[in-house]
Each structure stands twice: as C-alpha cells, then as structure tokens.
Design a protein around this ligand. Sequence first.
Ligand code: AMP
Ligand code: ZN
Length: 138
Amino acid sequence: MKDCVFCQIVAGKLPCAKVYEDDDIISFMDINPIAEAHTLVISKGHYEYVHQCPPEILSSLAAKLPDIADAVFQVSGAEGYNILCNSGRAAGQVVPHMHYHIIPRFSGDGLLGEWVVKQYDNPDKMEDLCQRIRQKLN
Ligand code: AMP
Ligand code: ZN
C-alpha cells in the first residue's frame, strides 16, 4: 500500500526505531508515545483489521509478543502494560495497517481511562448474541 505509513516503514522508505524484525513482523517505537517505551508490533503485510490478517501471521506475532512485552516491561520499569489493538476507525485506529500497541502502565497514570460498563436491557440479549456468534464460528 503506497500511502500507508507502516508499509513504508516495512519497505525501509521511512525510518523507525526498530526493536525487532523477522519474516512476518516488525516492532518499533511509537513516534508519539502515550507512555515512555510505548512500542508497536505490526505485520509486514498490509491488513487493516485483525480478522483480515492470515492466522499464520497472527501466530508469528503472538509467538513473539511475550518476549517484546517482557523487554518493554523491564526497560520501562512499569508496573503493568496494556496490549491494545484498535481495529477500525470507530475503534480508534488511525493507521489502517494492523498493529498491536504495548503500553507501559503505572498505578494512577491516568492513561486510557476507566471502562464505563453497561448492563443488557433485555436479559435474553446476551444469550441471543452468544448463539449468533457461536453459529458464525461453526
Ligand atoms: P492507532 O490509533 O491504533 O492506529 O495507532 C497508530 C500509532 O502509530 C499511533 O500511536 C502513532 O503515534 C503511531 N505512529 C504513526 N506514525 C508512526 C511512525 N512513522 N513511526 C512510529 N509510530 C507511528
Ligand atoms: Zn500498510
């Protein structure tokens, strides 16, 4: 994808502070971090949503994620971290090339905010959604 920032990084046409690379994935520092050591892990191929990425590429990414998260965790000195993947514009995705954020977290850092939880209006709704999702997976 010619206009994709991350494809340009993969192609070496844009610089990045790279921490890891193999045949399927590349990991580099986020240029506008929300915490120090905020790191991205991306597929080399261009896929917008997670569900569009071939499982074997996701497997490569998932296999390396613990090592990268551990390195970020140790170097940042954080107390925890979020692994976050925004899929789709409505979910906050700005760069439409699948990527995972590793965001170091400290107690009380105020990042990301607290989730506003909801209740189902209709008690049957959750079961209905559950069945429909399950059917899609069969
Ligand atoms: P998202 O909102 O999930 O699409 O996040 C995209 C992330 O990519 C943001 O955190 C940006 O700061 C980061 N980003 C955008 N361009 C670059 C770049 N050239 N190098 C490193 N990170 C980038
Ligand atoms: Zn791309």
